[in-house]
Design a protein around this ligand. Sequence first.
Ligand code: NAD
Length: 388
Amino acid sequence: MVEAIEAKKAGNFTYGMVGGGPGSFIGVVHRAAINLGGSARLTAGCFSQDYAKSLETGRLLGVAEDRIYQTYEEMARCEGEREDRPDFMVVTVPNVSHYGACRAFLEQGFHVMCEKPLTCTTAEARELEALARKNGCLFAVSYVYTGHLMAKEARRLIRDGVIGEIRVVIAEYPQEWLMDLVEGESKQASWRTDPARSGISNCVGDIGSHIENMVAYLTGLKITKLCANLDIVGEGRTLDTNAEILVKFSNGASGCYWCSQVAAGYDNALKVRVFGTLGAIEFEQEKSNYLTLTLKGEPPRLISRGNGYIHDNVKAYNRLPSGHPEGYHEALANLYDQFLLAIAARRAGEEVCEADYDYPGIEMGIDGVRFIEKCVESSQNGAVWVEL
Ligand SMILES: NC(=O)c1ccc[n+]([C@@H]2O[C@H](COP(=O)([O-])OP(=O)(O)OC[C@H]3O[C@@H](n4cnc5c(N)ncnc54)[C@H](O)[C@@H]3O)[C@@H](O)[C@H]2O)c1
């Protein structure tokens, strides 16, 4: 599939980016992932609120100086007027700015790839959905872990009924990086723990949202109600750094989620276990080239990426032979490949149904924001069950 995608995209897309300035995290990952596909060129940007830093990044990346902007509003307006306007925009700024940046680009008719969580409120997320629909814009939310080939294989096995009817989902995402008050030395910690830049939640918003999305992606189950306890660990902090969340799904199954930024010994240990009537599947993002499938009464099997037994539709995402690990960049590149296929089809005048493409769309973004809001609501009311 990778070659077919490369041929179809024919390497002539352009894009603009907001965020991704000096010392930033995810904007740089987006550029690397896009470069992996080799099909889109960066032509415009507002990489920082500090114009000098934005210029520094833009010049380094070969962006023409008159296309490096002071604000994303100016960028949307000026780029929207150009004949050679970019094919899509990438939003990689801290959470509170997602809504404003996406709205500015959608108003100019740009397709958008936005980081998660989509917005800080469900109302904002729904507004973006309506605007995207009105202006015919394609919209992806970069829940990067759904791009892992073995997550796709786990999803395929679950949807083919291999583990039967789902009964229980246990998922966790522990990290240790906020055990100490590192806000002064880490810009990533500084904005994530600040409600003015992060929104109503830190830990659930930042990584609990990945659990919610990954479970939804793998199982297709909808949460009907949840009960959450959010803890604020660290003197002077006002947002959560740890949370336990019980969920109930529409098919009657139960789930138990744990996310933490104060868990010694853990880096980015997202792990999802799905238990069904016939067996179980386990996926870990730090071991993303493998998954474990256990059928009732049989020993666990380790399934490895790149082998002949992987389903053809999934195998098609392979970039490297088995044993040469694929990772975070490849996962995001897989989302971009699908997003660019949809853009290519739209450009060719074809009818595009986003659900036919395997990238997280705006509905997943809305579900994610609603999940965060409901976790905060439940916890603030004494960890009570709340309906979604
Ligand atoms: N999908 C994932 O796995 C994943 C991983 C990390 C971060 N994220 C998300 O990506 C976003 C950014 O996170 P990060 O860790 O890269 O943050 P960061 O602090 O490392 O980078 C943010 C960048 O945006 C710039 N910026 C801030 N406000 C701006 C504005 N108004 N205009 C232009 N530039 C501006 C900053 O100068 C910086 O360069 C967040 O929403 C976060 O939740 C997602």
